[in-house]
Design a protein around this ligand. Sequence first.
Ligand code: ADP
Ligand code: ASP
Ligand code: MG
Length: 419
Amino acid sequence: MKVFKFGGASIKDAEGFRNVKRILDFYTKDELIIIVSALGKTTNALEQIATAYINKTGEAIGLLNKLRAHHFEILSSLLPENHPAFDELNNSFVEIDWILEDEPSDSYDYIYDQIVSIGEMASTKMLSAFLNENGMKVQWKDARDFIKTDNNYREGKIDWDKTERNCQDKIPAILKQGWMLTQGFIGGTTENLTTTLGREGSDYSAAVIAYCMNAESVTIWKDVPGVLNADPRYFTDPKKINELSYKEAIEMTFYGATVIHPKTMKPLQNKNIPLHVKSFLYPELDGSVIRENVVNENVIPVLVLKPEQILISVSPKDFSFMDEENLENIFNLMVKHRVHFNMMQNAAISVSFCADHIPQRIHPFLEALSSQYKILTNDGLQLLTIRHYNDEVIQQLTANRKILLEQKTRQTIQMVVNS
Ligand code: ADP
Ligand code: ASP
Ligand code: MG
């Protein structure tokens, strides 16, 4: 069986839904498990609703109504007026209404997952109804019955044993009746509470299910022709890489190439399951394949840019060295405040980190550090990573830019630069 994953960009409007149907028409002879994300930028909108609710800004219900109306508008152009899917879609959004009616009392991360997961519930109900209405035999399934996680909300860790058992026990019978369609990005705890797997986690969901079912391949359908040597949003004239090893794809995505969720590759590598990245706009084209044993692995420079970075330099106020004890202290605070650093460099009495500038996390982290350490920050920066670099590329990309921090290995150079 094959696992397909359709991301938000592929179903951002009614035409997107029709296009997904056209793609699936090519695969009627295959056994498919179809994983689907929320429509377009729905997850961002749901995040705003969760934040407005927690902060009691009074905006949550207005934002929710706007998002709900947008979903209904799309469904209205896909299905006849009295189709039961309208009620089902409404039921998904009503779950958020219920949350908003009460005072926020649970933790932000828990509330976040209960609200944000509705994006995937809604999109999968819509797509499943649309495909069935158009003659495809698709069974909508609740991913929380298969994908089990711990209760680390917003970043649920997969319970591999339980997930594998659920998949193997239930999915073969489902596939005898037709295709299975389920949500990416979400999972359930043993108490059946909803968790999410981290932003952009639907690619990872596809890999988890493929691993558990020993799938023949995974295909993620994107708005780009495949994996490129640079993000087209930031660099001109990127080139498609036809074949990559798992290792190269892990490295690229680890450094910030957002085309695939970085956790996606490892489970697939463990079972040698190829990962295809294909264009939903040009499905007949080959795309890229990520697999083992790639001969003549690409050696062209791969460019990765992480925007919105902050450089934080920390030194002990008591002039002690930046030793293991100090580092342990700083790392513990990072874990506590969920600050993720992308590059680190230490010296005798200081350590510098380049991190994603997420103010809700960075501010409390700096606050917690400030009693013991002297802190310097520099924001509005970018982290530029070049794999398989050469002098010419470095020159081109850093001309007229100030490099604040630099690290080089044989394969990779990373530079924190001003934007
Ligand atoms: P999805 O619809 O599955 O959520 P994403 O939008 O998350 O898809 O991923 C596709 C996007 O990834 C592209 O539009 C592109 O801007 C970005 N991207 C970043 N790095 C690369 C790369 N190296 N190759 C291709 N696309 C890239
Ligand atoms: N909808 C989720 C997000 O936007 C998961 C995904 O698209 O992969 O983060
Ligand atoms: Mg995405």
